[in-house]
Design a protein around this ligand. Structure first.
Ligand code: ATP
Length: 377
């Protein structure tokens, strides 16, 4: 609890594990969260995002470790502070509004339980109705509202009691695409304006980017990376983070040189240089070649003049590819291509690339991420 005792920390999760029967859903999670911070938890289905959220909410108890929230320990394997005594509120995917209560009654619900005076209650509700653009809808029942309006009511209800921490579990996943984009920006602005701390679970990297101060990237019950969105994007700490951050292209090769910050990887008979985003990978200069992966975003490849006869094709970061197919995607073209050694990749480009063509593409070193196979758990 060293960190929790410093002033600015709201939440300190220390070495928390959680199993369901023989299945360990969380395998030793530790993190701290600052007051007013928005953390978005990202990761594939089943990686333990909701389990972590439920532990913070108090809906479930850890098998081991400690959760400290706002002023004291709220959960260990032996003690559990119930949800209503933690000062947290949760907004679920399905909103969980009371269907028989009006918008006004839904928002006032928690305040009445707190026995707040009528004047203060009216002031708070009025402010929330205005902040969440719900004026004029006070008397409607939830089934008489659109998905986006119901979502706003759920957020207003959760904010009304001024929780220490808001927990959001896939809050936008029931909305259509346009509304999701609109709502995620609105929510981010609202939470920042109110200085609310938010722990937010989502499948959607774009939603996480729009909302978060830091991303918590999870995989198989562990934390892969906890960092600012920019840092996760520029230096994804594992192949799983890289893939979530849009580096969908993955080529297998042999790492033939390896220094603190850079690696050289051989893909077929071509060599490319890249950065080593994991400290672990970079600490070893390596003996002999090792299996590795080169990952990069389809948007990063740029067609360049072919340097076929150059003797020094060692580290020019060019890849010779055959274009198999190219289709229009609205603003850009997406080509499916193949390396000379038969590995598939995508290229996103401003102009169409002709199917059947053999061409050179260049990959900027800073956008080429190299991981050793053995670094992946
Ligand atoms: P999703 O994105 O699909 O909601 P998630 O990352 O939130 O997934 P969790 O719901 O935390 O994942 O589940 C983590 C793992 O624990 C999954 O393999 C899930 O099947 C399992 N699990 C979750 N709840 C229970 C439970 N009550 N009993 C048994 N296994 C469970």
């Amino acid at each position: 609890m060293t960190q929790a005792s410093s002033n600015n920390i709201l939440l300190d999760i220390s070495d928390v594990t959680k199993s369901y029967g023989n299945f360990q859903a969380l395998k030793g999670i530790s993190l701290t969260m600052r007051q007013g911070e928005i953390i978005s938890v990202l990761g594939p289905s089943g990686c333990g995002k909701s389990t972590l959220l439920q532990l913070v909410a108090g809906l479930s108890q850890p098998d081991d470790g400690t959760i400290w929230l706002g002023g004291g320990i709220v959960a260990t394997a032996k003690s559990l502070v119930p949800p209503e005594k933690r000062g947290v509120n949760m907004v679920f995917q399905d909103y969980a509004l009371w269907p028989h209560m009006s918008v006004m009654d839904n928002i006032e619900y928690g305040l009445k339980r707190m026995k707040l005076g009528k004047e203060e209650m009216n002031a708070r509700v009025g402010e929330l109705l205005s902040l969440l653009h719900l004026e004029g809808l006070e008397k409607r029942l939830p089934p008489q509202l659109s998905g986006g309006q119901q979502q706003r009511v759920a957020i207003a209800r959760a904010l009304a009691t001024r929780p220490k921490l808001m927990l959001l579990d896939e809050p936008l996943s029931n909305l259509d695409m346009r509304l999701r984009v609109e709502m995620r920006t609105e929510m981010a602005c609202l939470f920042r304006k109110l200085g609310i701390s938010v722990f937010h679970v989502t499948h959607d990297p774009d939603e996480a980017f729009a909302m978060a101060d830091r991303l918590l990237i999870m995989r198989a019950g562990r934390i892969d990376q906890l960092d600012t969105p920019e840092q996760c994007f520029k230096r994804p700490a594992s192949r799983w983070s890289a893939s979530l951050m849009g580096a969908f292209n993955t080529l297998k090769g042999k790492i033939i040189d390896h220094t603190i910050n850079r690696s050289v990887i051989q893909i077929g008979n071509q060599t490319l240089q890249g950065i080593v985003p994991t400290a672990k990978s970079g600490t070893n200069s390596g003996h002999g070649s090792k299996d590795g992966l080169l990952m990069f975003r389809p948007e990063e490849l740029k067609p360049v003049p072919m340097q076929e006869n150059s003797n020094d094709d060692s580290v020019n970061n060019q890849l010779i590819v055959h274009i198999l197919h190219c289709s229009f995607e609205g603003t850009k073209w997406r080509a499916v291509a193949e390396t000379e050694c038969g590995q598939k990749l995508y290229i996103v480009h401003e102009t169409p690339l002709a199917a059947g063509e053999r061409m050179a593409v260049c990959l900027p070193l800073q956008s080429a991420y190299i991981y050793r196979d053995e670094d992946e758990r």
